[in-house]
Design a protein around this ligand. Structure first.
Ligand SMILES: C[S@@+](CC[C@H](N)C(=O)[O-])C[C@H]1O[C@@H](n2cnc3c(N)ncnc32)[C@H](O)[C@@H]1O
Length: 556
């Protein structure tokens, strides 16, 4: 883009006088000079805006006092500019693209690509990512309405955005990013999957896959000792596993085109809030005698390690991928079937295959905010769509009349029922099935005297169109709190929930958003968005006040 076009674009969007704009055609960045008193306003207005489908980020540079010295090394300078210019803070999307095109080489940067940025900068990157998502659905709804000759909703306008003090181009304000507490920035993952394979030097290791071999089949594994996401207990367990496999008569699993041999494949470890470990070891299929011999060695090795292993499973998998097919044989060979997790004053029993949020301390912060926005009050029925083992719904159950959870995986629904009983909760109902299949019937069966609100927490692809349609069509449903691990799919879903339509006069309005950093040092970013029925949102300034803290701690 030429300098003059960038200058025009900035003049339209930045809201402060520009002193100077300098950009070469080949650069993907520009140097902009504004007066010191306009610096913050400029950043606030421009950061995260989309320019040619790319999110803009702003970083402060030091004004150049003199021309560069003639002996400056051109190749080093070019390299820096190509990677990112000095002082420039890239967006998560930039970094995702960079990681896709270039192997970072070491396991630390592969597993924790943001590790070289301060945590404050990581939080700012994640906030910008969410701001871009909010801008994107705001803009898409406005454009779609124009294309279809419909009147765009008031919340897409500049005036609305200004009245509710949202960033420029955003329909709703953004709360400060919820970060992981400082004392949990390392070792925060309560679930990890480790591969058993060989290192570059050909030694057996239990750790993370560093790279796939050129034929597309082999995995080169590296120790996770330096990876900050992994807890000390899990690192110790990996060492015990590695030593067990090195001393084992069973070979490690290896595969190539049309062949596979050996047994040891991978290890999934879950760590409870009391630092107890549930371990699931995956091997190729073993006959009964082999399974007994391997299990005996495994149990001895893991129970003698300096960690609290309370449960060991074997899973058999002969697929090329380590992701076993649903229903792959699973055998408890030691200890208890489930692990006990504590969350917001409740206890949850989880098995090896259930979904459970992978960062316990930040999950509590996410649920707290989501429930504040959901407002589960005494005459309210809460729908927990994609409920996993029922964690969010059970946390809401103590404040509302009833919770109905919907979940695809039968094992998770069994856990949800058991977790309700464990916590002496008797106002919940759990439905197993695809939300797109079962939601219409669930909505039809609701007590008409109750107000309904929904919390949806879908997997990465987002919600099925028929789920979005059913939620929109349910007039009893006042608000939706959307928890997302993928802002891109959230954008698509929000457009469908909020677009004006002739057949349904009361679409949803986005009211408030926040980024949640469940996975520090990585490119992942969670997001919460509150949507309320249009008929209930008249004044944008009052809209954001429609949330209040809820009592989350269980009295027992
Ligand atoms: C991101 S997890 C959220 C789980 C839960 N809300 C929590 O916080 O622990 C998404 C859940 O949706 C479930 N799921 C995936 N597709 C589904 C569908 N079509 N219908 C219902 N549940 C689905 C998955 O099994 C998983 O438990």
């Amino acid at each position: 883009m030429a300098c003059v076009k960038v200058e025009q674009w900035l003049a339209e969007h930045c809201g402060v006088p520009l002193q100077k704009v300098f950009k070469l055609k080949t650069w993907s960045y520009a140097f902009v000079t504004v007066l010191p008193e306009h610096k913050e306003k400029f950043r606030e207005n421009v950061e995260g805006l989309l320019m040619h489908k790319c999110s803009v980020s702003v970083s402060e540079g030091t004004p150049r006092k003199s021309k560069p010295k003639s002996d400056e090394q051109p190749s080093a300078k070019r390299q820096k500019v190509k990677d990112f210019p000095p002082g420039h803070i890239p967006t998560l999307k930039d970094l995702q693209g960079k990681l896709k095109n270039k192997d970072p080489g070491d396991i630390l940067h592969k597993s924790a690509p943001l590790i070289d940025w301060s945590y404050e900068t990581q939080l700012s990157m994640k906030g910008t990512h969410i701001k871009t998502a909010v801008r994107s659905f705001t803009k898409q709804v406005d454009k779609k309405c124009k294309d279809l000759s419909l009147t765009a909703p008031a919340w897409t306008s500049f005036e609305w955005s200004k009245a509710c003090e949202a960033p420029l181009g955003c329909a709703c304000p953004l709360d400060a990013t919820i970060g992981t507490p400082e004392d949990h920035l390392e070792g925060y993952r309560n679930k990890c999957e480790f591969s058993i394979g060989k290192t570059d030097a050909g030694e057996i290791e239990c750790g993370f896959v560093r790279r796939i071999t050129d034929d597309g089949y082999g995995r080169i594994v590296a120790s996770c000792d330096d990876v900050p996401l992994v807890s000390m207990a899990m690192k110790k367990l990996c060492k015990a596993m590695r030593d067990c496999v090195r001393g084992s008569k069973f070979e490690i699993f290896e595969r190539g085109k049309g062949w596979q041999k050996g047994y040891w494949r991978m290890v999934m470890v879950r760590q409870s809030t009391a630092d107890e470990l549930l371990v699931m070891v995956q091997t190729a299929t073993l006959d009964e005698d082999q399974a007994q011999r391997l299990s005996a060695d495994l149990i001895t090795a893991l129970t003698q390690a300096e960690v609290k292993v309370v449960s060991i499973y074997l899973q058999f998998n002969n697929e090329v991928s380590d992701a076993a097919r649903p229903g792959a044989p699973l055998k408890l060979i030691h200890g208890s079937a489930q692990l006990r997790m504590e969350l917001l004053g409740l206890s949850f029993h989880i098995g090896p295959l259930s979904f459970y949020q992978a960062n316990s301390s930040t999950c509590a912060l996410l649920y707290q905010r989501a429930l504040e926005w959901l407002r589960p009050e005494k005459d309210v029925a809460v729908l927990d769509v994609c409920c996993g083992v029922g964690t969010i719904g059970l946390c809401a159950s103590r404040c509302c009349r009833k919770v109905i959870g919907i979940e695809l995986i039968p094992e998770a629904v069994e856990s949800a029922k058991a977790n309700a009983a464990l916590n002496k909760v008797d106002n919940t109902e759990w439905v197993v099935g695809k939300a797109e299949d079962v939601l219409p019937e669930v909505l039809q069966g609701l007590d008409p005297s109750l107000e309904v609100c929904a919390i949806v927490d879908p997997p990465r692809p987002g919600l099925h169109t028929s789920v979005l349609r059913a939620l929109r069509a349910c007039s009893q449903l006042s608000r939706i709190v959307y928890v997302s691990c993928n802002p891109d799919s959230l954008v698509e879903d929000v457009v469908k929930l909020t677009m004006p339509s002739e057949s349904d006069a009361d679409p949803f309005v986005p009211l408030r958003a926040v980024a949640v950093d469940m996975f520090p040092h990585t490119l992942h970013c969670e997001m919460i968005l509150l949507l309320e029925r249009n008929s209930k949102v008249k004044d944008p300034r009052k809209a954001v006040q429609q949330t209040r803290p809820v009592l989350l701690h269980h009295s027992g």
